[in-house]
Design a protein around this ligand. Structure first.
Ligand code: T1G
Length: 237
């Protein structure tokens, strides 16, 4: 599930809870969607923080459901789009791990604050799939195409420090990233909506060089990954 808490000072907190690694199951996705709706439609909420329960952000889609469902009625990509469309700033507080869909959820947020010992990555390739919830579009916008390809193709986890250097994370803390994110959200929620709009417009202008932000992975990219990940076919390259 995802727990919605209305905090003091015009903030809302959305906490993913699905032991042991807060994976995004159908129930968690529904919880995030409903919590976002509550926060977005409540005029007294000025900023939102997303975090995970029990000291871990999220290890991605719930792989236990892969055997059960062929299609999912709630798509994580749509949730990421919803966060990006939303005018209220959303901060991801990353403790321990943000992997796969968990990292995609964090990339959809406007700011990411991580604990110094956290790790992030896209391990999808180890399951024979690609990041399917906007990660292939959002990561290159932040770090450039070569670094994004390296992370997506290798599936490796990187440290918070490397993620900070690449620009995936905005700030590293040694204290509780949830508390830090709440303080940060409180600070930026004091900015006028005009200032926030100017900032998000500047980010949109900068990333427009990489083409439209939405949509699925292009056919060419899928073919490229297919060749790289199917051993027999790599020989032909
Ligand atoms: C939309 C998006 O684009 C796409 C489509 C996706 O997001 S696809 C999904 C992408 N995510 C992954 O591929 C993450 C896979 N997991 C790992 O890499 C590791 O597990 C770990 C997170 C680094 C922890 O390692 P660990 O060594 O500390 O402990 P563990 O013993 O391995 O794992 C501890 C417990 O957590 C369970 N677990 C781990 N990851 C899980 C997951 N994603 N879903 C459900 N359960 C998971 C695992 O089965 C075990 O359970 P139990 O046995 O205790 O009952």
């Amino acid at each position: 599930m995802a727990e919605f808490t209305r905090l003091q000072n015009c903030l809302a907190l959305i906490r993913l809870r699905n032991p042991p690694v807060n994976a995004i199951s159908t129930t968690v996705a529904r919880g995030i969607k409903e919590s976002l709706q509550k926060a977005i439609t409540d005029d007294t909420v000025k900023a939102i923080v997303i975090c995970g329960a029990d000291g871990i952000f999220c290890a991605g889609a719930d792989i236990r459901e892969f055997k059960v469902h062929k299609t999912f009625d709630i798509q994580l990509g749509d949730i990421v789009d919803e966060i990006q469309r939303n005018k209220k700033p959303v901060v991801a507080a990353i403790q321990k791990l943000a992997l796969g869909g968990g990292l995609e959820l964090a990339l959809g947020c406007h700011y990411r604050i991580a604990h110094a010992e956290a790790q992030v990555g896209f391990p999808e390739v180890t399951l024979g799939i690609l990041p399917g919830a906007r990660g292939t579009q959002l990561l290159p916008r932040l770090v450039g195409v070569p670094a994004a390809l390296d992370l997506i193709i290798s599936g490796r986890h990187i440290s918070a420090n490397e993620a900070l250097k690449l620009g995936i994370i905005d700030k590293i803390v040694n204290s509780d990233p949830i508390e830090e994110s709440i303080k940060f959200a409180q600070r930026i929620s004091g900015q006028s909506s005009q200032e926030l709009q100017m900032t998000s417009d500047m980010v949109a202008d900068k990333s427009s060089a990489l083409g439209p932000p939405k949509g699925y992975t292009s056919k060419a990219t899928i073919e490229f990954f297919f060749y790289l990940t199917v051993p027999g076919l790599c020989c032909g390259m």
